[in-house]
Write a protein that binds this ligand. Structure first.
Ligand SMILES: *[C@@H]1O[C@H](CO)[C@@H](O)[C@H](O)[C@H]1NC(C)=O
Ligand SMILES: *[C@@H]1O[C@H](CO)[C@@H](O)[C@H](O)[C@H]1NC(C)=O
Ligand SMILES: *[C@@H]1O[C@H](CO)[C@@H](O)[C@H](O)[C@H]1NC(C)=O
Ligand SMILES: *[C@@H]1O[C@H](CO)[C@@H](O)[C@H](O)[C@H]1NC(C)=O
Ligand SMILES: *[C@@H]1O[C@H](CO)[C@@H](O)[C@H](O)[C@H]1NC(C)=O
Ligand SMILES: *[C@@H]1O[C@H](CO)[C@@H](O)[C@H](O)[C@H]1NC(C)=O
Ligand SMILES: *[C@@H]1O[C@H](CO)[C@@H](O)[C@H](O)[C@H]1NC(C)=O
Ligand SMILES: *[C@@H]1O[C@H](CO)[C@@H](O)[C@H](O)[C@H]1NC(C)=O
Ligand SMILES: *[C@@H]1O[C@H](CO)[C@@H](O)[C@H](O)[C@H]1NC(C)=O
Ligand SMILES: *[C@@H]1O[C@H](CO)[C@@H](O)[C@H](O)[C@H]1NC(C)=O
Length: 503
């Protein structure tokens, strides 16, 4: 498949497109349409879904809510690469947000992108549309620039670089489009909404796949003028691990200052409010798209998914703001789904991973996931109540490679090299040796076991039943045979590929 030009694939898709004829009727359909909303940095545990009232009503209450959805790595580019390929990081080899770490790098484009889910769907006759943030280094001149359109997309509106709300460039099917900062024309979340509505109106030919990837709730947190004074009295939640010193955790968490300074607390409260404000425009996006699908008569044959690339924290363990940590607030994500055959108000407790989305989309399209390199598994059988609960996975792998800087931070002269994200108050949120792998098991025990690749081979273990906020590292008190068992499981997971990641 690596040798086929995208144009040829698009031509074949057009010639073979039989979806229009097959879209009529009721109940479960062959090759339904698929829409994915992919938010950025939106947490689940700190109230990240609170601003999303319409989304919860239009997707969750008319479909399914997954209470235990996780990202397999808590950083944008590696996580989005997992979502696109259906693979754990040790198999797609995207280590961090930079080109050297394979984020949208030429080798990624050559060896991994040909196996992303849109490529399979396009071959199966789907028309494929992408709008918004893709991978952080997308559009870089060293990675083909804006002319480069990733494989698999027949309509492409890709944001150049990392999340922005104004003053950004897009690649519109390989042509650069520059935007300034006039709200009516440039606010990126609304622009993605408008272009998506136009696509549906003018071009949508079933079956289609749409991915809408707004910048919210990522920095720089610029709200729409409609919402700039919403939530003016809201503060980050003070319960759980907020402003608690992680005294028995690895060194990076121990360097945080507890209590945080008042300026840090003010800063994170402000960020917390700004994040919610940016999400209100995403809530509008979901509503407007669903209304459009409905008015075009497409809604009954369309699966709609809502999720985020990973979680976020504001003050937990006295870390002011960021992601990148192994704890629940950074790895849990929202996941809502509605679609043909899915009953209203369903809640599922099975662990679902971001690497399961690709396999699920392939399954909807009638593609056999076993014939692909994907590590995840389709949860369509769960949605259709075809898989008994005891047949689903009970544990999974979380992997992270820490980012650092080789030089010294001029704002924090007391810190040595090797750390990064040291703001505010010179509290560092990452380092080269913040590199870890964890087994997270939900059944029959609710446990997390993590090993660090640092000078101490540090281990953290949490009993999530007795300690849902991960306040106590039980590595020294838990039964040593359990540690041995978890270590073996971790070794197996880190070498898994395809079917062996699913068993
Ligand atoms: C789903 O649950 C919500 C909240 O409990 C309720 O208001 C709504 O009527 C339910 N919807 C359906 C279709 O059952
Ligand atoms: C980047 O990907 C290539 C090929 O997929 C691989 O050989 C290389 O080791 C990866 N780089 C890193 C830093 O993992
Ligand atoms: C956009 O760029 C212009 C010109 O550099 C600058 O004046 C303006 O403040 C920027 N707007 C935003 C929202 O960053
Ligand atoms: C999106 O469309 C709405 C209504 O059609 C319009 O008011 C708004 O200015 C548009 N925004 C952008 C960024 O295109
Ligand atoms: C904090 O309290 C809120 C409101 O009672 C609750 O919804 C949330 O789950 C709690 N969060 C934590 C981390 O305990
Ligand atoms: C920080 O805030 C707390 C609580 O609002 C207050 O009691 C304390 O005096 C403040 N400290 C400083 C140094 O401003
Ligand atoms: C999918 O492919 C696998 C591996 O070739 C095969 O064993 C399985 O029967 C196929 N499943 C379906 C539903 O065709
Ligand atoms: C990203 O990963 C590459 C390859 O391992 C490494 O050389 C680079 O220093 C990393 N970047 C950061 C910011 O940590
Ligand atoms: C991790 O790296 C930092 C920065 O290079 C260093 O100060 C620290 O001692 C290291 N800790 C461990 C446990 O390796
Ligand atoms: C976790 O805590 C629960 C509740 O206190 C306890 O029943 C269980 O034995 C603990 N699990 C382990 C592995 O320690």
């Amino acid at each position: 498949m690596g040798g086929t030009s995208p144009h040829l694939v698009a031509l074949w898709a057009w010639l073979l497109a039989p979806g229009l004829l097959l879209a009529a009727g009721s109940g479960r359909k062959w090759r339904s349409n698929i829409v994915l909303f992919l938010a950025d940095d939106q947490d689940l545990l700190l109230g990240g879904m609170t601003p999303m009232k319409k989304t919860q009503a239009l997707i969750g209450q008319l479909g399914a809510t997954f209470a235990n959805a996780f990202a397999v790595t808590p950083l944008c580019c590696p996580s989005r690469s997992s979502l696109l390929t259906g693979c754990y990081p040790h198999n797609h080899l995207v280590r961090n947000n930079s080109l050297e770490g394979n984020c949208s790098s030429p080798v990624w484009q050559k060896f991994q992108e040909p196996y992303t889910f849109p490529v399979y769907l396009q071959k199966q006759g789907y028309q494929t549309f992408y709008a918004g943030k893709y991978l952080n280094q997308y559009g870089d001149p060293k990675a083909g620039g804006v002319q480069y359109v990733p494989q698999g997309w027949s309509s492409w509106i890709g944001l150049v670089g990392n999340s922005k709300y104004y003053n950004y460039s897009l690649s519109v099917n390989g042509r650069e489009e520059k935007h300034g900062d006039r709200y009516e024309e440039d606010y990126l979340t609304d622009l993605i909404t408008n272009r998506s509505l136009a696509f549906l109106q003018k071009h949508a030919r079933a079956p289609f796949l749409m991915v809408l990837a707004p910048p919210a709730a990522h920095s720089p947190w610029v709200a729409s003028p409609l919402y700039k004074s919403a939530y003016s009295t809201v503060k980050a939640p003070r319960n759980g691990s907020f402003n608690v010193h992680g005294k028995d955790k690895h060194w990076l968490i121990r360097q945080a200052k507890t209590p945080m300074s008042n300026t840090s607390v003010e800063y994170l409260d402000n960020v917390f409010r700004q994040r919610w404000r940016t999400l209100l425009s995403v809530d509008d996006m979901v509503e407007r798209l669903i209304l459009q699908l409905k008015s075009l008569g497409l809604l009954d044959n369309t699966y709609v998914f809502y999720t985020s690339d990973h979680g976020y924290h504001t003050g937990q363990f006295s870390l002011p703001i960021d992601k990148r940590q192994l704890y629940e607030f950074d790895i849990r994500v929202p996941l809502l789904v509605r679609g043909p055959g899915i009953k209203a108000n369903q809640t599922y407790g099975e662990p679902i991973l971001n690497i399961d989305l690709g396999p699920t989309f392939l399954d909807i399209a009638g593609i056999n996931v076993s014939l692909t390199p994907m590590d995840g598994q389709s949860f369509l059988p769960l949605l259709e109540n075809r898989t008994p609960v005891n047949k689903w996975r009970s544990d999974f792998l979380v992997q992270y490679t820490g980012e650092g800087c080789s030089g010294q931070d001029p704002h924090c002269p007391a810190l040595g090299p090797g750390v990064s994200q040291c703001f505010p108050d010179c509290v560092c949120e990452d380092a080269f040796n913040n590199t870890y792998a964890c087994v997270r098991t939900l059944n029959p025990i609710n446990l997390q076991y993590c090993e660090f690749a640092d000078a101490q081979d540090f281990v953290e273990v949490y009993n999530l039943t007795s300690d849902p906020h991960q306040l106590v590292n039980v590595v020294k008190t838990v039964d040593p045979s359990l540690l041995e068992q978890m270590n073996q499981r971790l070794i197996k997971f880190q070498a898994c590929s395809g079917p062996s990641c699913r068993s």
